[in-house]
Unconditional design. Structure first.
Length: 259
């Protein structure tokens, strides 16, 4: 997804930093959460300087799909007002000299875009600091995004309720909706149990062709098309996973392997 790519993988990433003196490890939250704009405008904070939270979880990076209602392009800043049917928000991007401007040049009013960024608040106004923005060419991606937002929300709220019922104890297997434990450059960790992405990874890894040519999209589609609404939705999911480093192609563009 443009600069939203394998080196900037989508998911819940934890980087562990420790000093040579053996200081306590600091866990850095690199979660990329699918959201609606209404969720962004309804975030909570435990205190004025605290992290923003949705469903009781800290936000780091967010991703959403919206339509551009207005835009203002200047040499040092691109400003977009975007709306997704649940609300609208201002998104600001600060381009650099080495940016690939091919996508951004065709983003005009009325364009549907995928936005990746972080939430900011100043003087009571929420804005998005944009890390990546690109136009949407396949509206199945919008459908998939809505389903993903719903899935993550239901999973986290259900987990919270289950944890409260158990006296605050929650199952570790559901602790992160997308979990990468980065043990080396480019390595992909276990992923969150139950997410569509992780189910696809598990299916490919268990397939006999996973060590040779790769698993054909037809086989993946026969497994997941009934779950997510058809083969076009499966193709959109596979593109998303390729863009974000979960998968790579094997013998050809129709065969997929995992890292």
């Amino acid at each position: 997804m443009s600069s939203y790519n394998r080196s900037q993988g989508q998911g819940y990433v934890t980087d562990n930093f420790s000093s040579d003196a053996g200081a306590a490890k600091k866990i850095v939250n690199h979660t990329l959460r699918p959201v609606t704009i209404k969720q962004l405008l309804s975030v909570t904070q435990t205190h004025s300087d605290g992290d923003f939270k949705i469903d009781g979880r800290d936000l780091a990076q967010v991703t959403f799909i919206a339509v551009v209602r207005s835009n203002n392009r200047q040499s040092t800043q691109h400003t977009y007002v975007v709306e997704d049917g649940t609300g609208s928000i201002e998104a600001r991007r600060f381009p650099s000299d080495d940016d690939d401007s091919a996508d951004s040049n065709i983003i005009v009013d009325g364009t549907y875009v995928r936005v990746v960024g972080s939430l900011r608040q100043f003087n009571g106004k929420f804005t998005i600091n944009v890390h990546a923005i690109r136009p949407i060419h396949d509206m199945n991606e919008l459908t998939y995004h809505i389903l993903e937002v719903m899935y993550v929300h239901v999973t986290l709220t259900r987990e919270k309720d289950d944890g409260a019922a158990m006296g605050g104890m929650s199952s570790a297997s559901h602790s992160n909706y997308r979990d990468h434990n980065m043990t080396g450059a480019g390595s992909v960790g276990s992923g969150a149990d139950g997410t569509l992405q992780q189910q696809v990874v598990d299916m490919i890894q268990s397939h006999p062709a996973s060590k040779t040519t790769g698993v054909h999209r037809r086989d993946i589609g026969s497994r997941f098309a009934p779950v997510i609404g058809g083969h076009e939705s499966v193709n959109a999911l596979l593109r998303d996973m390729l863009d974000n480093g979960f998968l790579y192609t094997g013998d050809d563009d129709d065969h997929f392997l995992t890292f």
